[in-house]
Design a protein around this ligand. Structure first.
Ligand code: 6CS
Ligand code: FE
Length: 306
């Protein structure tokens, strides 16, 4: 156990020894006024709800291309020996594959595709780099969910991300129904920061990626948010995309249906929001969870995702 360094000057104190009230975040959701592919309407909905869904971001052929890549990576014996693969607790089933933009040239092209990269830059008002990338798999019957959390809470406490100036993009590789473990989000709750109780053990990530216990809000805090904001769900055919704010309150249920669910998850962080020492006082997590290669992404021409 370590002592949090959040006593003074931390605008987003969490991992506390006793409960503290939720509060309105002092930072915006959309930064600046960089032009880009999002319409003004889409941007204002993103600002209000903390997320925006775009159906058909990828075509069926592009999804198939990505799906082949998932199969290749899942079966790669070298990758299987590394921490990039996280399995379901007590089984061999692959739950997540991390740093996919580094191990897959195809996903590297995806993150540099102008119509995708420019959307992240438009929301964050600056150049961006990839803080974390992963493929999340939720097989039929066996997939387990993620409890309610804000990603920014973890990235701030465990990776040292200063403020919520990051946007996540989740691209559905399978159809997302209301019943196969789809992501639930609380529209508008991204404006509220919920300090969480509990000290962070070193190497917390070794268990939190299977089941997060530290850095999750109390049931009372979740109840308050749910009554104020309600809950919506990201559903839609394969190829649909969800852009969501780093402080969105979200989670998912287990998938007991036979229909698998998989998505590509890309986190773009602003180059004006570079990682510092983790605010929980712990050692920084490994590169594949919180990258410290802050090189801005450059767009490519001739992308297979153009
Ligand atoms: O650890 C991460 O970076 C992400 N994964 C989990 C389970 N919670 C926080 C964040 O979304
Ligand atoms: Fe999350």
């Amino acid at each position: 156990m370590t002592t949090a360094r959040n006593a003074i000057g931390d605008l987003y104190p969490s991992r506390l020894s006793s409960r503290a009230a939720s509060f309105g975040r002092p930072h915006p959701t959309r930064w600046g006024s960089t032009p880009g592919p999002f319409t003004a309407d889409a941007l204002s909905r993103y600002e209000a709800k903390g997320f925006h869904i775009e159906e058909g971001l990828l075509t069926p052929a592009q999804i198939q291309h990505c799906w082949s890549e998932v199969e290749r990576l899942s079966a790669d014996p070298e990758l299987a020996k590394t921490e990039l693969i996280v399995r379901e607790r007590g089984s061999d089933t692959v739950r997540s594959i991390f740093a996919v933009h580094e191990v897959s040239p195809l996903i590297d092209k995806l993150v540099r595709t102008p119509r995708i990269l420019d959307r992240a830059r438009q929301i964050l008002g600056s150049d961006v780099y990839i803080h974390q990338s992963r493929i999340n798999c939720m097989p039929g019957f066996a997939g387990t969910g993620f409890y309610w959390h804000s990603d920014f809470e973890t990235w701030h406490a465990e990776d040292g991300m200063p403020v919520p100036r990051a946007v996540s993009l989740s691209i559905a590789l399978t159809d997302n129904y209301p019943f196969n473990g789809g992501l639930m989000l609380m529209p508008g709750a991204h404006r509220t920061f919920v300090p969480c109780v509990g000290q962070t053990p070193e190497n917390n990530y070794k268990s939190s990626l299977q089941e997060q216990r530290i850095g999750v809000p109390s049931e009372d805090a979740i109840t308050e948010l749910a009554y104020e904001f309600g809950i919506e769900q990201f559903t839609g055919p394969a190829g649909s995309a969800l852009f969501f704010d780093s402080n969105s309150m979200h989670g998912s249920s287990n998938n007991i249906t036979p229909y698998p669910r998989a998505n590509i998850f890309l986190v773009f962080n602003s180059v004006d929001n570079l990682l510092e020492q983790p605010f929980a006082g712990t050692q920084p997590r490994p590169e594949h969870l919180g990258s410290r290669d802050f090189t801005p992404l450059t767009p490519i021409s001739g992308s297979p995702f153009a």
